[in-house]
Write a protein that binds this ligand. Structure first.
Ligand code: COA
Length: 433
């Protein structure tokens, strides 16, 4: 029998048996989103409830998979620490069951490694290959640093996890125990693209030259942007999250990655979240490589590409050009994620551009997302010193290199017409125009 298969069989146990190894006062960690362990984490949560364990803390990002861990009865028994919240984590944070550490995404590996220091790492991985390697699949992100930091490593093998190439593997010899849990990965369906999304997508496409390398954020606007790029040539992908819309760009020959300065011929990402179609597309696809986020999102690496275009979105922008993407006033919403990593990377890129694209209004047109000043308590995500382009369905505002009065005027021009008079009189009162 192959040595690695023998080792696999020796290390194979149930999720419950792994959970038994984790006691009170332990700091654990799980990868981002769809790559979180499911069976192990739920088994720990069950044990914490049934056996009255206390003070188990789990570090995670955008946690969406195990549901039991959010049970309010676990308060004080199984709590959370994160740098980017999902809907569940957001609610837990509002109820003091989740702690939040602000951090740029490319620095989170160091936050885990040097500040939080989780002792245990568990993750969902692809089945082992004949050489004893498991792929970390769609959740490479901060895994390497968590693996280096952990004293115990437990893997949950899932045949639905795609085998993704890159710096994305862990070897059986590094692992303390394995369980199997073959469950389809969580899916994030593509949003329907509206006429407004298409208008915004077309404005974005005007700023993307042939041979550019792109980063697309999550959501309907980046999706629409991808669709409007269908006539471009030789684009490259270097992105935080691989998204559904990138498949069409690759399959239709719009993305070739041939003109990239680094990683020629490869699409580069650090995580993925999408549909089964996307997970199948990523499986064993040598045209795509995932690397740790401290590399992929490093602004210096991003800046090595010429014509780098980053496309993200936000909650609101004020007339100074300050962008809030992570809170609704004082109320926490998400986190900085990779937004600033890409804004800074694009600024370092020769002819690079960073775009923040958004609808002009929220809440059925009742609130302008362009405000005279940010809502009291809002977190400034992208500062006015770094912001470049803001786009709404009413046009494009180029802010970088522009004076305060030019910025205010161009932002008012792309605000919804219902709010322009109000914004103009506020700008006059503030002496901006
Ligand atoms: N005032 C009041 N409410 C607002 C608002 C505003 N200015 N802007 C948005 N909202 C509300 C929406 O109506 C929505 O409420 P609902 O859930 O009740 O419908 C909610 O806030 C979320 O807004 P939405 O536009 O749907 O958010 P999203 O899911 O598209 O996420 C960000 C937008 C900015 C929160 C998200 O992109 C983010 O976290 N960005 C930071 C990280 C990042 O950019 N990473 C880049 C690499 S992927």
């Amino acid at each position: 029998m192959n040595k690695w298969i023998k080792m696999y069989n020796e290390k194979l146990v149930s999720a419950e048996k792994i959970a038994k190894k984790i006691g009170s006062n332990t700091v654990c960690s799980s990868p981002i989103a769809g790559a979180e362990s499911y069976a192990i984490t739920e088994a720990i949560a069950r044990r914490a409830l049934e056996e009255n364990l206390s003070n188990i803390k789990q570090c995670s990002l955008l946690s969406i998979r195990p549901k039991k861990i959010w049970d309010p009865r676990l308060n004080g028994k199984f709590n959370h620490v994160t740098c980017f919240t999902s809907a569940n984590a957001r609610k837990a944070l509002w109820n003091n069951r989740c702690e939040f550490i602000p951090s740029f995404y490319h620095e989170i590996p160091d936050v885990w490694k040097y500040s939080v220091r989780p002792e245990v790492f568990y993750a969902t991985v692809s089945p082992m290959d004949e050489h004893g390697y498991f792929s970390l699949g769609i959740g490479v992100s901060t895994c390497k640093s968590l693996i280096e930091t952990a004293k115990k490593i437990y893997l949950e093998v899932n045949e639905y996890m795609p085998r993704i190439h890159g710096d994305s593997f862990i070897h059986i010899s590094q692992v303390d125990a394995i369980c199997e849990c073959h469950k389809p990965l969580p899916e994030l369906p593509s949003n329907n693209i509206t006429d407004i999304d298409k208008i915004i997508g077309n404005y974005i496409a005007e700023l993307v030259p042939n041979e550019a390398t792109i980063q697309l954020g999550i959501g309907a606007i980046p999706n629409a942007a991808a669709q409007s790029l269908s006539t471009k040539k030789d684009l490259g992908i270097h992105t935080e999250m691989f998204t559904e819309s990138m498949i069409d760009l690759i399959e239709n020959g719009v993305v070739t990655n041939r003109k990239k300065n680094i990683h020629k011929g490869k699409s580069i990402a650090t995580l993925a979240l999408g549909t089964k179609r996307m997970y199948d597309f990523l499986n064993d696809n040598v045209g795509i490589e995932f690397y740790p986020v401290d590399y992929v999102n490093d602004p210096n690496i991003i800046g090595m590409h010429d014509d780098f275009i980053s496309i993200n979105t936000c909650i609101e922008v004020d007339l100074f050009g300050q962008v809030c993407s992570e809170s609704l006033g004082v109320k926490h919403f998400s986190g900085v994620g990779g937004q600033v990593d890409y804004v800074r990377g694009a600024a370092k890129s020769k002819n690079g551009k960073s775009i923040i694209a958004m609808y002009s209004t929220a809440k059925n047109g009742t609130i302008s997302k362009i405000k005279p000043i940010l809502t009291k308590g809002s977190i400034v995500t992208t500062t006015r010193n770094e912001v470049d382009y803001i786009i709404t369905e009413f046009g494009v505002a180029k802010l970088k290199g522009k004076t305060i009065s030019q910025r205010a005027k161009s932002l008012i021009n792309i605000a919804h017409p219902n709010f322009r008079d109000e914004l103009t009189s506020a700008a006059k009162k503030m002496n901006l125009i």
